[in-house]
Design a protein around this ligand. Structure first.
Ligand SMILES: C[C@@H](CNC(=O)c1ccc(S(N)(=O)=O)cc1)Cn1ccc2ccccc21
Ligand SMILES: [Zn+2]
Length: 259
């Protein structure tokens, strides 16, 4: 059927037809204004990834996703705005086309080349990721902006694996990767209550956006674009690019800033 995507016919402008929450009161992404209220009660965000276990890397037809073993609390984030530890489930990226920016959140109206999402779920309160994904305090996503410059020294492990998942539906082993190597030097952040940025667009995400971008090269970003939206058996070969939703109305929400 008319599965959702990022083209004119099935993209963000028509998602509301099958997912009416797209017009809801806590949708993501958003633009982060120049002035955000500083909340001194916000402690630092802590990412305990030392024993994380990556499993595989896959192409789900919307992004490239690295999946983790989330059967116990071996890799969690806590602190910041979070009242519980949240378990790392997966990370994935959103990016643009050649020379076009592709982040989802924007800062004072400015986009970045790409945006990395580290997706976590509240395993203290919920029995499964899917159950947490429908709860208002179910998920916590850490967003990290990517800007272009020099090569990122660790991103090649991911871009090399992307060759193996060129087609929608492909998956390949991807063990021993610790996403700590993708973090910027400081963890200052903005936080607000929002949603998944793709259907089903559930309003279940506490967003934690790191202020400092990481730097990757144009060459490395170019390898993201060798991935396809389409499956091996399809006659159309659609390059995976511009897989981002644009900023949504703030609707009175408060955005808080850490230090
Ligand atoms: C959460 C969906 C699957 N989607 C995600 O897991 C997900 C995670 C992060 C982002 S982002 N870009 O905001 O970081 C977007 C999507 C499965 N699922 C669970 C219940 C459910 C009900 C209907 C349809 C699909 C359903
Ligand atoms: Zn995402």
């Amino acid at each position: 059927g008319n599965h959702w995507g990022y083209s004119k016919e099935n993209g963000p402008d028509v998602w509301h037809k099958n997912y009416p929450v797209a017009l809801g009161s806590r949708q993501s992404p958003i633009d982060i204004p120049r002035q955000v209220s500083h909340d001194p009660s916000l402690g630092p965000i802590v990412l305990d990834y030392d024993h994380c276990t990556s499993i595989n890397i896959s192409n789900n037809g919307h992004s490239v996703v690295v999946n983790f073993d989330d059967t116990d609390d071996r890799s969690v984030i806590h602190g910041g705005p979070l009242e519980n530890p949240y378990r790392l489930k997966q990370f994935h990226f959103h990016w643009g086309g050649k020379g076009c920016d592709g982040s989802e959140h924007t800062v004072a109206g400015n986009s970045y080349a790409s945006e990395l999402h580290l997706v976590h779920w509240n395993a203290v309160k919920y029995q499964s990721f899917d159950q947490a994904a429908t709860a208002p305090d179910g998920l916590a996503v850490v967003g990290i902006f990517l800007e272009t410059g020099d090569d990122h020294r660790w991103l090649h492990t991911i871009t090399d694996a992307m060759y193996m998942v060129k087609y929608k539906g492909s998956v390949t082993d991807f063990k021993g990767f610790n996403p700590k190597c993708l973090l910027p030097s400081n963890l200052h952040f903005w936080t607000y209550l929002g949603s998944l940025t793709t259907p089903p667009l559930h309003e279940s995400v506490t967003w934690i956006l790191l202020k400092e971008p990481i730097v990757v090269s144009e060459k490395q970003l170019g390898k993201f674009r060798l991935v396809l939206f389409t499956g091996e058996e399809e006659d159309q070969r659609l390059r995976m690019e511009n897989n981002f939703r644009t900023p949504q109305p703030l609707k009175g929400r408060r955005i808080r800033s850490s230090n």
